[in-house]
Design a protein around this ligand. Sequence first.
Ligand code: KIV
Ligand code: ZN
Length: 522
Amino acid sequence: MATHRIKIFDTTLRDGEQAPGCSMTLREKLRVAKALSDLKVDIIEAGFPAASPGDFEAVKAIADENRGPVICGLARCNAEDIEKVHAAVKGADKHRIHVFVATSAIHREYKLKMAKEEIIKSAVGAIKLARELCDDVEFSPEDASRTELAYLAEVVSAAIEAGATTVNIPDTVGYTVPAEFDKLFRYLNKHVVGIENITLSVHCHDDLGMAVANSLAAVHAGARQIECTINGIGERAGNCSLEEVVMAIKTRAEFFGLETGIESSRLYPTARLVSGITGMQIPRNKAIVGENAFAHEAGIHQHGMLQHASTYEIMRPEDVGISKSNLVLGKHSGRHAFRDRVKDLGFDLDEFELNRAFHEFKKLADKKKDMYDGDIEAIIMNVDNLSTGPWILKSLQITSGTDMDATAMLTLINESGKEFKKAATADGPVEAAFTALEDVCEIDLTLQNFELHSATIGEDAQGEATVIVEFKGNSYRGHGASQDIVEAACKAYLEVINRILRRKERGLDDTPDRSSMNRATI
Ligand code: KIV
Ligand code: ZN
């Protein structure tokens, strides 16, 4: 059987980042883009430049790094959006403009209030304009899976005639099922004029938990590009998970007769990076990259594994980048061993970051018996936030108990080295600590979300805290890690406070920044 190459189009930085709580700073997006290039995705959809000035800058910065994959930006069918995408992506040697318009009856009637012919006209005009600016143009008929088949074939034929080089078929609301999607792709292959000259693509959402299955049905029926995200993050229930779809194609190569160019040993580090940055925890039982994905608990399974791994294991952990030994370094480990481990975990730190991380590692290793990969990851996720000021947490004392209010007493140091002490009382210790922080820093934030997660196993594990707060219409996310969970929460809160104060210093106080609330909506 001939093997067909499937292009992997990653939209973590566009559809993924659009999800509530997943917005990223410019620096974080650049880190993810670098990880995606190392993973060897074919196309990175870096954002939606018309959504906000911040989105434009991020897409441009990613394109200007020109790391290898095609850099793509999303546009609605209007000249302003398309020109913005072109201005943002043109720095990359290989770039793409992705235009979309909804085609289903529901969207035509209720959202766009446009007739069928008007939609075709709008798509054709947009594709022609995009082709004047760029040779690589993708077109998506949004909500394709709920569009009348004959009309869908008509739209796609017109898009190809107008110059689209890739046509993407989205299951925008995660409504289809594999057998139905298979039929849709076979129908398009039969009825669309010129379909043999373009790349047919698939883009699935996971509302019914079938995004990966539907994407596989589409490639089985002739699609040659899959749009997906790391850890399946994305609108509502998310998108097709990149790591799952890639490993399904690799593990079942004899069935699909397909291959991707993905460096599968980079899957786990990339998944951890995206989870650490977005604060979207990976469920323990998540396929491919969950902590339990390769753990064998039942005695009968362990016995089988000892006889031969293939009894209960269809993939090897190292194929997806999970190291065999999780117990890694201790307090006697040197900088060299630490650097190697950081690299093995898939992180690329500069000398300055590495020194900071090593310093934190040594501090923690003095207190903690066993240092696991998760401990190192937690340190690295927070390396950006260490001592970046203007405020630094010097000490924190908590009194709390049953049937009493909690009191937090903390000391902060400002940029000039002056110490400020404050005590606050509240129902719980975290609230008391946050109130004291706000009082010292003279700022009033609204906490939108607070999550706590154990970085590793064991009683002495570090707690990783993620907070999302609102300040003057912008959403900010902060991370903190410590063996003391109230201290971890404080670090996360202080990271946000420091970021807001630094923005203020740069005169950006009231400027809408990266909040999805302020974005143009699709
Ligand atoms: O889900 C969807 O339809 C999309 C398109 C913009 C491709 O994300
Ligand atoms: Zn989507």
